[in-house]
Design a protein around this ligand. Structure first.
Ligand code: IVH
Length: 708
């Protein structure tokens, strides 16, 4: 690459300044193309190389770092100009199936959740998964009143004027419920895509990388006259807010949308068995190349809408649907080197740096290598993977992408292995801080023992702390955290909350005097930090970045303990790994022993605990919002289900109880408020009786919660 020809060590200031200017320009252009125009102009590898080059020159010439340095920017802001729309019903994504086994598992888990035997009839619909972008269309009394993109699922962009230009989208519909929100996919056909690119070329304008980017770029035009000139199409496949049900089954609902004038996919079928589903998948796969538009899999949905509503949603995906993806594309390339990254928990993660190669339309230059066993050709139980072939630097490897996941190595070509290639020696010291890197019995991961003295761990912990699902502080992203950490301004999360006292107005060193920060942006940052002192308990637990304790588990813990003080008292007391608090922790459905151990170890470790305490002292941690007790007789109560339930499954009962604000525990203790005992209840019922705990049968429970 042209930028990498000059040696930085012998570079003079004028040349460095000129190159930084050029890099800032190129990166800003690439960011805008990627984030605002959905039309990337650089491959991932080229983009990364430019950023690395920029960082290297800045490191050699710190005084030349520009006020608008690309190092201080994380991507580009979303396109200005569209107003925001809060979706009445969140727009979800789909979980994925990659093979037939995943499809049968999907069917099995649904049957289990619903309490259906393996032979009970259970129909699904199967239809192509369109590779475009989802759009929500709101109709009131039959008139289109709003169109919104998915955005982050909760809030999207208002693109009503643009949606009105799409021919497949009716402006008015007859025979519609008072409120009807139709959802579907905006896409561009192959023929329209290539004609558009020809026109763009002829006009000297930018061309699009693929039909999906072209569709996204065309829909998100501030001038709807441009959208009108772009040949966009729309398939309707689901719905959001509704004033009355559309139909009783998915198939009928789609047929009704078709009668209202929406385009629906002609390859939608009703399937009575998983064999039918897979046969239809094969059929669609065989037609994929001749459909004339991009699809990336097949979506299966439970047909009966009453069952869909019983199944409900996980945090971001419905339980009643899954996307069966087409197999990943593969490509061979050379593995140049193996690098070790140290994460927030101290895990040493090996990454393959590859000669850039295109896999399914995307340039890939990195792949994950998971852990040392994976490199050696073994799985976590010592069995062979890749027929036992290890991975070495200079090997030719086959890489693949499946869905949006990080690329992986599928295979190694031993016939092309150079004689000089040596088995990879996994480090037993941390490459970042030199501390011993230790692997515990039964753990595939080697962990740096340096804790917060390890700069990599510290900075990754801080990045996690400010991430979206954690503290999510506006203006304090990964880049800023890296900068503040490397300059010694923040060493641990608590320091974020003293930043203003130390560097804010009236102090000798002021944030606004730093390069890249003005008075306004500094004040905005302090305000944003101030804003997050008051924070929900689940976010705080997640933000601590404790190994194995993810977002869902953090919310379970928050719901179970209710307040920070109850949580930290209980977790400290559970440190003995035995006794009432330990048992209580393990009784939480969804918290296993590995996670529990990791959690109590973090709280028992002196320096980590001290750092947590320093943080908590700056916060006003909100208790978990309880469901209105006047309407939910079980809010805040701890309930245990035992024995056989006859009107619903255990999973369903648990989800329902939790939605009413109850805590569901797996074992009876003095903290249990209600035991729901079905036929066959044994020791738990006995224990509850001994403890004098209220015991109900299933009907009694349904009456109590008003579901009878
Ligand atoms: S159903 C509750 N059906 O895939 C989920 N989605 O990976 C409703 N998509 O965000 C989605 N074709 O944009 C559904 N036939 C189809 C689809 C489809 C494409 C998209 C949709 C969704 C994404 C999830």
């Amino acid at each position: 690459m042209r930028n990498e020809t000059r040696d930085i060590a012998t570079m003079d200031e004028a040349t460095a300044r000129a190159e930084l200017t050029e890099l800032a320009r190129q990166l800003a252009e690439a960011d805008a193309a990627y984030h605002q125009k959905d039309a990337p102009i650089l491959s991932d590898a080229e983009y990364d190389a430019l950023r690395r080059r920029n960082a290297a020159i800045e490191a050699a010439f710190p005084d030349l770092k520009r006020a608008d340095s690309p190092s201080d920017r994380v991507g580009a802001p979303v396109a200005d100009g569209f107003s925001k729309v809060t979706h009445a019903v969140r727009m979800m994504s789909l979980s994925n199936a990659f093979d037939e086994g995943d499809v049968t598992d999907f069917d099995t888990s649904i049957r289990k959740y619903l309490g259906l035997g393996s032979d009970a009839p259970l129909a699904y619909t199967a239809e192509p998964k369109i590779d475009g972008l989802s759009l929500s269309l709101r109709y009131e009394n039959g008139a289109l009143v709003q169109a919104a993109t998915r955005g982050d699922g909760a809030v999207g962009e208002n693109v009503t004027a643009n949606a009105r230009t799409i021919r497949d989208i009716p402006q008015h519909i007859d025979d519609a419920p008072e409120v009807l929100e139709v959802r579907g996919e905006v896409y561009m056909s192959h023929a329209d895509f290539s004609a558009l690119n020809d026109r763009q070329n002829a006009a000297g304008a930018k061309t699009f990388a693929n039909p999906r980017n072209a569709a996204a770029g065309s829909l998100r035009q501030l001038d709807s006259a441009i959208t009108r000139a772009r040949p966009l199409r729309f398939f309707a496949y689901s719905w959001g807010a509704l004033s009355e049900p559309l139909a009783q089954t998915q198939e009928q609902a789609i047929a009704r949308l078709a009668r209202m004038g929406f385009s629906t996919n002609p390859l939608t079928r009703r399937c009575d068995t998983t064999e039918d589903m897979i046969a239809h998948y094969r059929d669609i796969e065989a037609q994929r190349a001749t459909l004339g538009y991009d699809i990336d899999g097949v979506v299966y949905k439970v047909d009966d809408l009453a069952l869909q509503s019983r199944l409900g949603f996980r945090s971001t995906t419905p339980r009643w649907a899954i996307a069966h993806k087409f197999p990943a594309e593969l490509a061979w390339t050379r593995l140049e080197r193996i690098e070790i990254q140290v994460g927030r928990t101290g895990a040493l993660s090996p990454v393959a740096r590859l000669s850039p190669v295109t896999v399914g339309g995307v340039v890939v230059s990195n792949a994950t290598l998971h852990n040392e066993d994976y490199i050696a050709g073994r799985d976590s139980k010592g069995g062979e993977i890749r027929a036992g072939k290890d991975i070495r630097e200079d090997d030719w490897v086959q890489v693949y992408r499946a869905g949006d996941v990080i690329p992986k190595v599928a295979d190694v070509d031993l016939s092309r292995r150079p004689d000089t290639a040596q088995p990879y020696a996994f480090p037993d010291t941390c490459p970042e801080c030199g501390s011993a890197a230790v692997r515990e019995e039964g753990d595939a991961v080697r962990l740096c023992s340096g804790g917060m003295i390890c700069p990599a761990q510290a900075v990754e912990k801080l990045k996690h702390f400010v991430s979206r699902a954690a503290f999510d502080i506006d203006g304090l992203g990964a880049k800023q955290v890296e900068q503040f950490h490397s300059d010694g301004w923040i060493a641990e999360p608590a320091d974020i909350f003293t930043l203003k006292d130390r560097y804010g107005p009236g102090r000798m060193v002021q944030l606004k005097n730093r390069e890249g920060w003005g008075e306004k942006s500094a004040q905005k940052l302090f305000d944003a930090i101030e804003d997050k002192r008051k924070i929900p308990l689940g976010r705080v637990i997640f933000a601590l970045g404790i190994r194995h304790v993810g977002e869902a588990a953090s919310n379970l813990l928050a719901r179970h303990y209710g307040s920070w003080s109850d949580f930290e008292t209980a977790i400290s007391a559970a440190g003995a790994l035995e006794g009432a608090e330990w048992d209580d922790l393990l009784s939480i459905d969804g918290i296993g022993s590995v996670m529990a151990r990791s959690l109590v170890t973090a709280f028992a470790q002196d320096s980590e605990r001290a750092s947590i305490d320093r943080l908590a002292a700056h916060l006003d941690i909100e208790e978990v919002a309880r469901v209105d007790t006047s309407q939910s007789p079980v809010a805040g109560k701890t309930v245990v289900f035992t024995g056989t339930l006859e009107k619903m499954t255990r999973a369903e009962a648990k989800a329902r109880a939790e939605s009413l604000g109850a805590k569901v525990s797996g074992s009876v203790s003095a903290k249990t408020d209600i035991l729901i005992a079905g036929p066959g209840a044994g020791s738990k019922a006995k224990k509850a009786a001994e403890l004098g705990i209220d015991t109900l049968d299933e009907d009694g429970w349904l009456t109590l919660i008003g579901d009878a």
